[in-house]
Design a protein around this ligand. Structure first.
Ligand SMILES: *Cc1c(COP(=O)(O)O)cnc(C)c1O
Length: 419
């Protein structure tokens, strides 16, 4: 990390946190302290400004807000449940609560963001939506949201990912999306994002770019945080209602960081609530073997934002690895980079094997099949519980594991699972 970040004083850290809580971040330049901003080609500046204006109008308009709330309730199925994890509580010697984004329509938190942005696209008069997808989860959520809102949608997806994620490609087609294979670059998520950006640059007036995580140029990280904060706002009220108090810690997995920021942001002011973000530790700590961006990365610019990144000694963006496709991204949202720098959130990584073990435990003792991404949060919470006995733990269960069955079948034999 560079000098200014390492040498940040306690007073500076406190001031950054105050600004985050007060809504003074992102600032006018889209910055979260030293992070964030907007590194976009000139042609997109107008489109980004228009989007920012649209967000302000949407936030100030009670009727639009009510309309979106209605859709979140009747179509997405919100509020999602807060479940007392009795089996895990007993095993871990803790009081464990699960915020069930796996119960949301299309199976994960991604729909909160996709629906909100599709809704904005329509209000801004866009003629079509473009989106990128890696594992296909954001593509499916976007295809569903665009069908619901009534706007055509094109999803860019790496050719390699299309091979790996065939069922999700079929789901997108069924939901009416056009899926365009991207063969340039690494032919995975990073190339798909580049291609979606290029397509947007070509026609910024009529096209809306529906970005899938709390990354990218301002105002995207902010927009995604606002739309995903429904998770933390609900969970905070639900746990107070259930037990009359707040959790000792909130834990979520971090890919680009959207489900985590959605859980954390509404509780940043609750100083008694510790926060823990869990990244993908993959096969181990070597560069290229994981996607632990905050644990192992350095500051730099990727996809229009200044944040933490994984790159090698030559400055080349690093290929990443994780058993969970949804955590497999070399960057992370700028708000997380600041939250780490000021010490409000702690970030750790969990390896593939440990995450899969936590998945199995959740299946066996809760009757819930979590996504492999979410299982990283479960495993991180379990480790924290060992060090901190008897505490109340709120875990963001970002999605369900049905989509992961091909991976799970490969990693666990039937006999393993039955043991
Ligand atoms: C996409 C995905 C993630 C990772 O994305 P974030 O933006 O970090 O939330 C986590 N869990 C599930 C189930 C996902 O589909």
């Amino acid at each position: 990390m560079n000098e200014t970040l390492v040498n940040m004083s306690d007073a500076d850290r406190a001031e950054h946190l105050r600004k985050l809580i007060a809504g003074e971040y992102p600032d006018k330049r889209g910055r979260y302290g030293p992070f964030g901003g907007s590194y976009a080609p000139e042609t997109l500046v107008t489109a980004l400004k228009r989007l920012e204006q649209g967000i302000h109008e949407f936030l100030a308009d009670d009727e639009l807000q009510a309309e979106l709330r209605r859709e979140l309730k009747d179509w997405v199925g919100r509020p999602t449940a807060l479940t007392h994890a009795r089996g895990l509580s007993k095993r871990w010697g803790a009081d464990v609560w699960l915020k069930r984004e796996d119960l949301a329509h299309t199976g994960a938190h991604k729909i909160n963001n996709a629906l909100g942005q599709a809704f904005l696209a329509k209000k801004l008069g866009a003629k079509r939506v473009v989106a990128e997808t890696g594992a296909g989860q954001h593509g499916v959520a976007t295809a569903a949201a665009c069908a619901r809102v009534g706007i055509p949608c094109t999803v860019y997806m790496g050719a390699v990912d299309i091979e790996r994620q065939a069922p999700n490609v079929d789901r997108m087609y069924q939901l009416g999306a056009k899926v365009v294979p991207v063969t340039s670059g690494d032919a995975t998520l990073r190339a798909a994002i580049d291609e979606a950006f290029r397509n947007w640059v070509a026609d910024p007036a009529e096209t809306f770019y529906l970005l899938g995580s709390a990354v990218g140029p301002h105002p995207y990280p902010w927009l995604v945080q606002v739309l995903q904060s429904v998770i933390g706002t609900e969970a905070r009220a639900q746990i107070i209602e259930a037990v009359g108090g707040l959790p000792d810690i909130a834990v979520a997995c971090v890919g680009g960081g959207s489900n985590a920021i959605g859980l954390f942001h509404p509780m940043l002011a609750d100083s008694g609530v510790e926060m823990l973000g869990i990244e993908a530790g993959g096969r181990g700590p070597d560069l290229g073997d994981n996607s632990a961006t905050l644990a192992a990365g350095k500051p730099g610019v990727l996809h229009g934002t200044y944040s933490m990144l994984l790159y090698d000694a030559d400055g080349q963006i690093q290929e990443t690895h994780s058993v969970s496709a949804g955590l497999d991204y070399p960057g992370v949202g700028p708000e997380h980079a600041l939250l780490k720098t000021i010490g409000r959130v702690t970030y750790q990584s969990i390896t593939d094997d440990v995450a899969l073990d936590a998945l199995r435990e959740c299946c066996a003792f809760e009757g819930i099949l979590p996504a492999i991404e979410s299982s990283h949060a479960l495993a991180g919470a379990r480790e924290w519980a060992k060090e901190n006995p008897g505490k109340r733990i709120l875990i963001g269960l970002s999605g369900r594991g049905d989509k992961d069955m091909p991976t799970l079948s490969k990693h666990m034999s039937f006999r393993d699972a039955a043991e």
